[in-house]
Design a protein around this ligand. Structure first.
Ligand code: SAM
Length: 229
């Protein structure tokens, strides 16, 4: 199922339907530009991006979201485990210091050495697809290995407390909430997410997306900052 959603489904979309490929859709139609701008504004503000920043993007998909941030930062490196989406990212959006690589998040981070290169981190619409143990290792590795990442934006996390806002009333959804291979992945409560973040060295700020954002009623975003020891 996981491979289908992220690796096979995108191949069934038009090669230029960038937001359809990563299922940024409402009723099957790609969301509009104004919705994408809300995401970009929130990321830029949450990360306080500037021209000195080198951004590490975990689960970058086809790069169609990331490319809208390139003009704000000095350099960018995105990874994603879908070969097809990375091929699209490279073909359409890679240039100079803004690059993409195909890699699985946990495997990639486990092999990383201490590194001072990146100054900010992003993980948009991806976190719920990590198994819980894997999510913990990922947060810990980014905290410990990427010395200069002090702000890490994690976006579009399905909110367990508001799952009933998303599912139709007659759907029995309880068994889907802990399944990272379901179509929306694991639904985190803010409390559990905060515990996970704290345990791995991060402080959490929860962001409220504006009401007219298409998934504001069932998802939340966070900005993590490193706890001072
Ligand atoms: C909804 S898309 C979001 C893509 C991009 N961040 C964006 O917002 O447009 C989720 C992405 O997570 C990637 N992904 C899921 N699990 C992953 C993993 N374990 N390692 C790397 N990428 C993963 C998928 O391939 C997919 O591109």
């Amino acid at each position: 199922m996981k491979d289908y959603i992220h690796k096979e489904f995108p191949k069934s979309c038009d090669p230029n339907d960038f937001f359809g490929q990563v299922k940024r859709t409402v009723n099957g139609k790609p969301v509009g530009k104004e919705q994408i701008n809300i995401i970009i504004d929130s990321i830029c503000k949450g990360l306080d991006l500037n021209k000195q920043d080198v951004l590490f993007d975990l689960g970058c998909g086809n790069g169609a979201l990331s490319v809208l941030i390139f003009h704000k930062i000095k350099a960018y490196f995105g990874i994603d485990f879908s070969e097809y989406l990375i091929e699209i990212a490279k073909k359409n959006f890679e240039k100079g210091n803004y690059t993409f690589q195909c890699a699985e998040a946990n495997e990639f981070l486990s092999k990383e050495a201490l590194n001072k290169k990146y100054t900010k981190g992003l993980c948009y619409g991806v976190f719920s697809y990590f198994e819980k143990e894997s999510a913990e290792r990922i947060l810990r590795n980014i905290h410990d290995k990427y010395e200069n990442i002090n702000k890490f934006y994690i976006g579009n996390i399905p909110d367990r407390e508001r799952a009933s806002n998303f599912f139709y009333k007659d759907i029995e959804y309880a068994n889907l909430l802990d399944d990272n291979q379901s179509s929306l992945g694991i639904w985190w409560s803010q409390k559990d997410f905060e515990n996970l973040a704290n345990k791995t060295g991060w402080k959490v700020e929860f962001l409220n997306m504006q009401d007219d954002f298409y998934s504001a009623h069932y998802r939340f975003d966070v900005v993590l900052t490193k706890k001072v020891n």
